[in-house]
Design a protein around this ligand. Structure first.
Ligand SMILES: O=c1[nH]c(=O)c2[nH]c(=O)[nH]c2[nH]1
Length: 318
């Protein structure tokens, strides 16, 4: 039911706390320590919050401050394996919210994590010191929804995980030829070129219960998505033969869907960060096509190639 005034009604609403910064450390008795560094956003939704928007009624409003406190409380009381994987922690927070509050019908938890790499000295992993490399950002978004509200006996979880800003470049084995030619086509065929992108990708799972979430190998899928992305870009000959960012995108996603049956679909956005050879012919120097060694990386504009690739039959429900 939607609250109405004479002209308006609430189409959707969700509220909560964003950018809750949490670092959780796990300390082993032998001195080995692990750490995760998260930024968490929690949003709650349910029809009974409508009067807080339309009638100034706060009676059922769980303060965003309380939501922030719950994030820290759970970071402390949960077991390491429930916190140290972002999807698991997000699912725990979302599950807690829908079970604790009858009037919450769905909880949306988004976690962004920037990985700290363990430092190495003389080839040995240091037990408790870390360095932040210029790595990609990992994130997840978990929506826990009661299937029979207000009872929390049955809760389904839709999890979309992703990575962004994985910057990659190769100096050969990419081409772009035989494209549509008309009066606007000024780009020459490029039989060999530098190709450079900042990979953004996300993939989707659906779980019918929290037990299924607990069995999933989120870190394994994350590592596999990254491995297939890099390996396709560098090593998959199909990405050189058909040689466009579009083809590379499709092969990346297709490989991921083949390897991970638990994923329903994969989205990529691959900016084509152009790095063009400089025309040095005014100076009597050959620097185009096969002679190119000096390039101008163009900041703006970039190409921007996107696609969502889905499996023909949907993934087995978990
Ligand atoms: O891989 C590419 N795909 C395109 O669609 C395109 N368009 C363009 O100018 N360069 C490229 N490269």
């Amino acid at each position: 039911m939607s609250s109405t005034t004479s002209t308006s009604f609430i189409k959707s609403q969700a509220y909560g706390k964003a950018r809750v910064r949490v670092v959780r450390v796990v300390r082993q008795p032998d001195g080995w320590q692990e750490l995760v560094d998260y930024s968490v956003r929690v949003l709650l939704s349910g029809d009974q919050f409508e009067s807080s928007y339309t009638a100034g009624d706060n009676k059922l409003v769980v303060a965003t401050d309380s939501q922030k406190n719950i994030v820290y409380y759970l970071a402390k009381v949960l077991k390491p394996e429930q916190v140290m994987v972002p999807e698991r922690f997000a699912a725990e927070i979302a599950d807690f919210m829908v079970k604790k509050y009858d009037h919450v019908t769905a909880a949306h938890v988004h976690i962004t994590t920037r990985p700290w790499e363990r430092q190495k000295f003389a080839g040995r992993d240091h037990p408790h010191s870390f360095v932040r490399e210029g790595k990609e950002t990992r994130w997840t978004n978990v929506v826990a929804t009661k299937t029979n509200p207000p009872a929390a006996t049955s809760v389904k979880f839709e999890i979309v995980s992703g990575l962004e800003d994985l910057q990659i470049l190769k100096t050969t084995n990419s081409s772009f030829v035989d494209f549509y030619r008309d009066e606007f086509a000024t780009l020459p065929d490029m039989a060999d070129r530098i190709v450079s992108t900042n990979v953004e990708t996300k993939w989707r799972y659906i779980f019918s219960s929290k037990g299924a979430v607990e069995k999933a190998n989120f870190n394994g899928v994350y590592d596999g998505v990254k491995r297939n992305t890099l390996d396709t870009f560098v090593n998959d000959p199909r990405a050189w033969v058909h040689a466009s960012v579009q083809t590379t995108l499709y092969i990346m996603a297709d490989r991921i869907l083949k390897e991970f049956p638990e994923i329903d679909d994969v989205y990529y956005a691959l900016p084509n960060n152009h790095v063009f050879p400089v025309d040095l012919s005014p100076f009597g120097l050959k620097n185009l096509q096969g002679d190119a060694t000096v390039y101008n990386p163009i900041r703006d504009p970039s190409g921007y190639i996107t696609g969502t690739i889905s499996r023909k039959s949907s993934a087995p429900k978990l």
